[in-house]
Design a protein around this ligand. Structure first.
Ligand SMILES: Nc1nc2c(c(=O)[nH]1)N[C@H]1C(S)=C(S)[C@@H](COP(=O)(O)O)O[C@H]1N2
Ligand SMILES: [Mo]
Length: 382
């Protein structure tokens, strides 16, 4: 929209030429951010800069990370996936073995159960990255777990699988057999290349639509069992505390949620006029069917356009044109998924689940997110 002819720096000069493995432009600075209060580098998580991304795919180098015991260095030549327990034939699949099975590729988000949990405490994140950055979406390639379980022959007494990682914490999670036989992937590909070390190289479990924690990275073994393992990560953590002090165990599915990524906290509007409001919506239960956007704090809503492709259990990009009149505006989005479930307000959620002070707040919090556009054009979380 600038009226004068742009001056293109070094255009016309010979550049450096081709390279063996590409890097982004030196003018692109977008990066993951880390928690300031993490105990050790090995246990620190990093967040995806959602506000800087286009479309729905998270570049692998910007995929959020959560690991409790650091990133192990695993050589695929030494890799073996043990499948045992209530099976007819216990088996070990080498990395080469996995490559011989027909591969499938699917777009799926992964979201940490704690993502945006602080919002309910009234300590909202200042940018989309800080509020919702424990969320990423990739094209994952691998073997459907049900194919490997078929090879081993699951006994009729099987009710759960227990997946265990090869990292120092031997991260362990139980998954009901129905889900394991449904859409779970044993994934070795991420966005067209090998899964990144931080994402579980060489092989991770991909459990579409379910809380990040069950997506066991550096997958070492799958035990078929008749009851859940009751591991630390499914009893001491990732249970939902209710207002009466009891907890709900196994809230696996990540419910419908959305966040506006532009204009959003940390950004600034140069002046009144035409803008596009855009953001991301997702549901662990399937496809997003509708996203509504409000610029007046929820009094009136407009249907946003859902950009293709709209895939189940994947991020969906929504957008709607908006003319800013220069006055204070309150931006919100709410999404509905194919089950008919609509993203609740913070108040609705707090009424059901109570308020959780301190720490990371509420796990599985999916309330509507608010951004305030101030008259000077600054967009803030308050
Ligand atoms: N082996 C192993 N798997 C793991 C973890 C871990 O610490 N070790 N962290 C879990 C958590 S808490 C989340 S949210 C997701 C994050 O996946 P990502 O790091 O690829 O984003 O991995 C899960 N899988
Ligand atoms: Mo997590």
């Amino acid at each position: 929209m600038a009226a004068q002819t742009p001056r293109l720096g070094a255009a016309g000069e010979l550049g450096p030429g081709s390279s063996a493995y590409g890097d982004r432009s030196p003018w692109e600075k977008s990066a993951r951010t880390f928690r300031a209060d993490s105990l050790t580098p090995a246990s620190r998580s990093s967040r995806t800069p959602l506000q800087d991304l286009y479309g729905t795919i998270t570049p692998s180098a910007l995929h959020y990370e959560a690991h409790h015991a650091g990133v192990p260095a695993l050589n695929p030549r030494d890799y073996g996936l043990l499948v045992h327990g209530l099976v007819d034939r216990p088996l070990v699949f080498t990395f080469e073995d996995l490559l011989r099975f027909p591969a499938v590729s699917r777009m799926h988000f992964i979201e940490c159960a704690g993502n945006s949990g602080r919002e309910q405490q009234g300590r909202p994140g200042e940018t989309p990255q800080q509020s919702h950055g424990l969320l990423s979406c990739s094209e994952w390639t691998g073997v459907p777990l049900n194919v490997l379980l078929d090879e081993a022959g699951v006994k009729s007494s099987a009710r759960w699988i227990v997946a265990e990682g090869a990292d120092a914490s031997r991260h362990t999670r139980s998954i009901p057999i129905d889900k394991a036989l449904d859409d779970v992937l044993v994934a070795y590909g991420q966005n067209g290349e090998a899964v990144r070390p931080e994402q579980g190289y060489p092989v991770r479990l991909l459990v579409p639509g379910w809380e990040g924690n069950v997506n066991v990275k550096w997958l070492a073994q799958i035990r078929v069992v008749d009851r859940p393992a009751m591991s630390r990560s499914e009893t001491a953590k990732y249970v939902d505390l209710m207002p009466d002090g009891t907890s709900w165990q196994f809230s696996f599915v990540m419910e419908a949620k959305s966040v506006i990524t532009r204009p959003a906290g940390g950004q600034s509007l140069p002046g009144p006029g035409a803008y596009e409001i855009t953001g991301l919506a997702w549901s662990g239960r399937g496809r997003v069917t509708r996203v509504e956007v409000s610029a007046d704090g929820g009094r009136t809503w407009t249907d946003a356009v859902l950009n293709d492709p709209v895939l189940p259990k994947a991020l969906t990009r929504f957008a709607t044109p908006w003319v800013w009149d220069g006055r204070e505006a309150v931006l919100q989005s709410r999404c509905t998924d194919e089950t008919g479930y609509r993203q609740p307000t913070r108040e609705e959620l707090v009424a059901v689940r109570g308020l959780h002070e301190g720490g990371d707040g509420l796990d599985h919090y999916n309330g509507i997110k608010t951004w305030f556009v101030h008259a000077n054009g600054e967009v803030r979380h308050a």
